[in-house]
Design a binder for this molecule. Structure first.
Ligand code: ATP
Length: 549
């Protein structure tokens, strides 16, 4: 497939808003694509470059794009930045800028979809001191060969801002429709293989191929997530349930085959090197090949320490040895997804738990099984007394459903109103905070991952944390005007608030009263921030509680 055909297809998708029409269009397109093109096509239209489980990162920032486009159209960088800033949409701005180039250049290579992907892969593999220059060479060549509309989508894919409204759910339905297989089977296979592209190739081979997929060692599986609820509700629905402490740490997945092992974070990034002590503890617990799911906590003098300590470890990869001495990190394993080549995710939780207890000697999270509300409530109080965040209540019969937030796992913790939002802008600080960002503009998202501002936050951030945040954000600046800075949305803040209000000041239509920084959610991606519809729900619940109609 030529990249121009791909770009025009995306342009058509962008112009329609009906879900079913979108699914039909994609479904019609898929059977005509080669096996090489289909996975790339599906990843690109959903704004991905690599499979979800992959450790590859394209590593291209706004600056690469500015500089390359400036080079290609023969203007300076500031000119390009000005044009991009006035439009707001990087893709469209690049398209307009490249239209100028077209009048002057007659010779260019045709871009192929698979060729663009190979270039992205090559860019992701560039390492070392000259890497920025090397990456630029690729990016310049891509833009030099791009027609304006191709430039629009190249820029958006490179910067992870595809946002043409094609949700993963629509794509899975389109795959099912294209190859006449049940949508539930496509969903099931996606949960196991963790890549839309590969699932489409399996769907093309038929139902049997989809049925046979299994989770694999060293291909991280998306984590199962919990909903909110109450102990009473859960016991009423389920009868007996399992309850475990809800550890305030960081989620991990441990893969082991023989002497080989890897640890993955909740975002499925490999963090093995940052956690040598955890690997050692777990390697000594079992002789089997396993995939384990759990939470790592930091402990000092037998007491759990705040979450932020665990995250610091992830960041401090260069100084691991020294750091290991200070804080003891402990794994709490609460699930097992694979044992010696057998996938366990379809088994009920009781079955998995038994296998876990039989095959892993230590660090298994303690559990009670009970159908008695009072007993579980007491367990909850014990959890809080011991310094944990609360408890998790789990259905005994539930399968492990990767990447799903389900009612079979309920989290119970003291009510605190916090919300996860993307950092999209900042104002430069003043006085003591000069040279750092002082206050931050935060956004929620809609179902299509469009971002909408909802609050500013400046309180609750220590000086040390401000400096850390500055270091993480300085590479993500897209534009600056006066004291305002706009960021490529990459970082998530958890923010506390007193109340949600309707507001005309923010595009989301809502604002937070007394927003207060709680922590950086390094373990969450932009696709996991709060949606407008859930803010709306919170708003309704809050007003119901206060008797406001
Ligand atoms: P979520 O992870 O659900 O999006 P969150 O990260 O804010 O939200 P909570 O919703 O408060 O966390 O709780 C779910 C998380 O709790 C899990 O993702 C996991 O990291 C952690 N956790 C701690 N103890 C357990 C446990 N025993 N079983 C499952 N998860 C646990």
């Amino acid at each position: 497939m030529n990249f121009i055909d791909f770009s025009e297809f995306c342009d058509t998708l962008e112009s329609i808003s009906g879900r079913l029409e979108m699914i039909d269009l994609i479904a019609e397109k898929l059977p005509g694509l080669s096996d090489e093109d289909m996975p790339v096509f599906l990843r690109f239209i959903t704004g991905r470059v690599f499979p979800d489980y992959s450790q590859d990162k394209i590593g291209i920032g706004p600056n690469h794009v500015y500089e390359s486009v400036a080079y290609v159209i023969g203007k300076n960088r500031d000119y390009v930045i000005r044009k991009i800033n006035t439009g707001g949409d990087v893709g469209k701005a690049v398209e307009n800028l490249l239209a100028k180039k077209e009048q002057t250049s007659f010779f260019s290579d045709t871009l192929e979809l698979s060729g663009v992907f190979s270039d992205f892969k090559a860019i992701s593999e560039v390492k070392g001191s000259r890497s920025q220059k090397e990456k630029l060479k690729f990016v310049k060549r891509l833009f030099a060969n791009a027609k304006p509309i191709e430039g629009r989508y190249l820029a958006r894919i490179m910067l992870g801002e595809m946002r043409i409204g094609v949700g993963d759910g629509n794509v899975r339905e389109a795959v099912a429709k294209a190859f006449s297989v049940p949508a539930a089977l496509v969903e099931h296979a996606y949960q196991a293989v963790n890549d839309l592209g590969e699932v489409a190739l399996l769907a093309k081979r038929g139902e049997k191929a989809l049925e046979e997929v299994k989770i694999e060692l060293f291909r991280p599986v998306k984590m199962m997530l919990a909903k909110q609820g109450t102990i009473a509700e859960m016991i009423r629905e389920q009868g007996s349930i399992a309850a475990e402490f809800k550890y305030d740490g960081t989620r991990f997945q441990f893969h082991k085959r023989g002497d080989e092992f890897k640890i993955y974070s909740r975002k499925l990034e490999e963090v093995t090197d940052a956690m040598p002590d955890i690997s050692e503890l777990l390697m000594n617990c079992t002789e089997h090949d396993v995939i384990l799911d759990g939470e790592i906590i930091a402990v000092k003098d037998g007491k759990p320490m705040p979450f932020q300590y665990v995250l610091k470890r992830f960041r401090r990869r260069h100084d691991i040895e020294a750091h290991v001495e200070n804080i003891r990190l402990i794994p709490n394993v609460f699930d097992i997804l694979l044992l010696d080549n057998e996938s366990l995710i379809e088994k009920p939780f009781t079955g998995r738990r038994r296998i876990l207890e039989e095959n892993v000697r230590e660090y298994i999270a303690p559990q009670i099984v009970s159908g008695d509300i009072a007993e579980v409530e007491e367990f909850y109080r014990d959890a809080l007394d011991e310094g944990h965040e609360g408890i998790m209540v789990k259905s005994l019969s539930a399968a492990y459903t990767p990447g799903q937030r389900v009612r079979e796992w309920i989290k119970i913790k003291p009510e605190v109103d916090t919300i996860d939002l993307a950092v999209i802008g900042a104002e430069w600080g003043e006085g003591k905070r000069a040279g750092l960002f002082g206050s931050f503009l935060l956004a929620c998202r809609d179902e299509n991952d469009e971002l909408y501002p909802v609050s500013k936050v400046a309180t609750g951030i220590s000086d040390e944390m401000l400096a850390l945040i500055y270091d993480s954000l300085k590479e993500s600046v897209i534009s600056e005007s006066g004291k305002f800075v706009r960021f490529e949305p990459e970082i998530v803040f958890e923010v506390g608030y007193a109340e949600i209000q309707k507001s005309v000041n923010y595009e989301s239509g809502y604002a937070l009263r007394f927003p207060r920084f709680i922590r950086v959610r390094d373990d969450k991606g932009i696709d996991e921030i709060e949606t407008i519809s859930s803010i709306n729900e919170r708003f309704t619940v809050q007003n119901d509680k206060r008797g406001i109609k």
